[in-house]
Design a protein around this ligand. Structure first.
Ligand SMILES: [Zn+2]
Ligand SMILES: [Zn+2]
Length: 116
C-alpha cells in the first residue's frame, strides 16, 4: 500500500488533517474540525455558508414543486372548460336533431325577441 497523500491542519502545521472542510476544502485536525450540518468544516463561517447553501437548494426544490402544482391546476381548469364547451355543443346539436319540445319553446321565444 503506497503512502496516501498527507494533508496538514491549516492551524497546526505539525498535525495531520483528519477532515476536509465541506465548504472550502481546507484540511483540519481533530481539534480544529467543526461538525456542522452536512459534514466537517474548518470554521463556523464555512459551516454557516454551507448551511445557507443547503437551505437555498431546498427552497429551489420546493418552489419548483409549487410551480408544477400551479401548472397542474391550470391544465385541470382548462380541461374542465373544454368538457363544458363540448357538452354545450352536444346539447345544441341534439336539440336541433331531435327537436326537443322544451328547447324548441326556448328557440321560439328567442325568435320572438329577435323578431324573426
Ligand atoms: Zn472552510
Ligand atoms: Zn488543528
Amino acid at each position: 500500500m503506497s503512502a496516501p497523500m498527507r494533508t496538514w491542519c491549516v492551524n497546526h502545521p505539525s498535525h495531520e488533517a483528519v477532515a476536509r472542510c465541506r465548504q472550502c476544502g481546507t484540511g483540519v485536525c481533530k481539534a480544529c474540525a467543526i461538525s456542522g450540518r452536512g459534514g466537517q468544516f474548518c470554521s463556523q463561517e464555512c459551516a454557516e455558508k454551507y448551511g445557507a447553501f443547503m437551505d437555498r437548494a431546498k427552497e429551489l426544490g420546493v418552489s419548483r414543486k409549487q410551480g408544477l402544482g400551479v401548472m397542474h391546476r391550470l391544465s385541470k381548469a382548462v380541461g374542465g372548460l373544454l368538457v363544458a364547451l363540448v357538452a354545450l355543443l352536444a346539447l345544441g346539436v341534439v336539440s336541433i336533431m331531435f327537436e326537443i319540445p322544451v328547447l324548441a319553446d326556448i328557440a321560439w321565444t328567442v325568435r320572438g325577441w329577435l323578431g324573426i
